[in-house]
Design a protein. Structure first.
Length: 141
């Protein structure tokens, strides 16, 4: 009887440890995007967690769209919930297409350089408690 209890306890502990391995801590993230000192409206902001040697898949990416004042709040992509995985992220910022209200066709916008999106050099470290200051001040010549 004592052996059964010991085996049950060990199995319970092993299952609890395994359940914790795949979980990622999510924290609230918001901020503001500025371009040459002015708010950047209608820009998509995407945070992609950077995996490490011991954690190849740290969790889902997050995204948000800036408002007229350049402010955004992140939500998880493909899952319910707001925020981003705690830890280091690659950040991509790209302009959203606007629709011509007369015929609902996309209006061509001037795109941001690849250094802010496709070949981004932007990074941000999401702290465990989250932040409302994930701000990016982009500069163009």
């Amino acid at each position: 009887m004592k052996t059964r209890r010991t085996v049950f306890l060990l199995l319970s502990l092993a299952l609890a440890a395994l359940a914790g391995c795949g979980s990622s801590k999510i924290a609230p993230v918001s901020g503001r995007v500025m371009l040459n000192g002015s708010p950047l409206a209608r820009a998509s902001v995407t945070f992609a967690p950077i995996g490490g040697k011991n954690n190849q898949e740290p969790g889902p990416s997050s995204a948000g769209i800036t408002d007229a004042d350049g402010r955004y709040t992140l939500s998880l992509i493909g899952q319910d919930g707001r925020g981003a995985v705690v830890g280091k992220h690659k950040v991509r910022i790209a302009l959203q297409e606007e629709l011509d209200t007369a015929d609902d066709r996309p209006v061509k916008l001037k795109q941001l350089p690849l250094q802010f999106n496709g070949q981004t050099t932007l990074e941000f470290d999401v702290p465990p408690g989250g932040t409302d200051a994930a701000d990016f001040n982009l500069k163009l010549p």
